[in-house]
Design a protein around this ligand. Structure first.
Ligand SMILES: [Zn+2]
Ligand SMILES: [Zn+2]
Length: 306
């Protein structure tokens, strides 16, 4: 991963990667979910219904044929169980309906379901974009995540978990994973169900030449995107030990790295900042966070070579 994709050809497409319809426990029909996101200016979504036998293992992919709006077929898969005895939740985007179920009948623990190491590897090898979900909500530990050999991302923000129980963050688990030496990207999502106002709070901005399922998935897998609750990154350049951030007006720009390392600037309506990376002594990884005057954040994926 590098930040060079900011200078690539193409534009940023806005998408929600995690949400539910009435094909599982969401309120709205898939077409209504799409309509809600289209009205809010999104360019694509994935409807990731719970991949359980009780819902007939759905991979929701409505045939919409709406110009300039893409639905990536996907699902939130489950299997038993994490170290605290809870069910695993794993997002997989770009999944086709031939994917063999992991023998998970419902939301209860099933001793005979597939183990997470197998399931996550099968998803990755099937060509899906694989992400761990809401680590703070279900108490995922670093040790849990080490069972997963191949994944693309983890949720740094899950909007419905933030609203319902103030457990929407993934920062602590993410940074432990990075400190452990594993490379992993991040996503912000809604996990919308539409029973309450749980949509439009966290999204990704994906850089791509075209808005198609294949192009978006490719860009997601390559990490050519950032995650946001509001503010936007315009460009990031790393050169000769300096990191330059250009963004929409924000109050804070933070560069975080290994352990407790971080540097930041604070100023009203700031649209750029330059950092001396010599101030981050352990050159293992870094990521950038911006925070606007309403407290909304945007996050880059981590980079490792700088
Ligand atoms: Zn979930
Ligand atoms: Zn969900």
């Amino acid at each position: 991963m590098s930040f060079e994709f900011f200078s690539n050809k193409g534009k940023f497409f806005k998408g929600n990667l995690h949400g539910h319809s009435n094909h599982s426990d969401g309120k709205l029909a898939p077409e209504e979910v799409c309509k809600a996101y289209i009205e809010k200016g999104y360019n694509f979504i994935s409807i990731t219904d719970h991949f359980l036998e009780m819902f007939n293992y759905p991979i929701t992919s409505p045939e919409l044929n709406i110009k300039n709006f893409t639905v990536i077929p996907g699902a939130e898969l489950h299997t038993s169980k994490m170290e605290n005895g809870e069910l695993w939740h794993v997002l997989a985007l770009g999944l086709n309906d031939k994917f063999a179920p992991p023998n998970q009948p419902n939301f209860l623990i099933n001793k005979k379901s597939e183990n997470i190491a197998n399931l996550s590897l099968r998803l990755y090898e099937a060509g899906a974009f694989v992400s761990l979900t809401h680590p703070e909500w279900n108490g995922m530990t670093l040790h849990d995540t080490l069972k997963i050999k191949k994944a693309h991302a983890i949720e740094i923000y899950n909007h419905s978990c933030a609203i319902e129980c103030d457990r929407g963050s993934g920062v602590a688990v993410l940074d432990q994973i990075l400190n452990h030496g594993k490379e992993l990207n991040i996503i912000a999502t809604d996990d919308s169900h539409f029973h309450i106002e749980d949509a439009f709070g966290g999204w990704v901005m994906v850089k791509s030449e075209i808005n198609s399922e294949e192009a978006l998935l490719e860009a997601l897998k390559n990490g050519h995107y950032y995650s946001s609750q509001g503010p936007d990154f315009k460009n990031i350049k790393v050169q000769n030990g300096r990191l330059e951030v250009l963004c929409s007006p924000v109050e804070k720009i933070i560069v975080s790295g290994y352990g407790s390392a971080s540097i930041y600037r604070e100023k009203s309506a700031m649209e750029s900042a330059v950092f001396n990376l010599g101030l981050l002594p352990q050159k293992k990884w870094l990521r950038v966070t911006i925070i606007d005057e309403e407290g909304n954040r945007a996050w880059t994926n981590p980079i490792y070579d700088y």
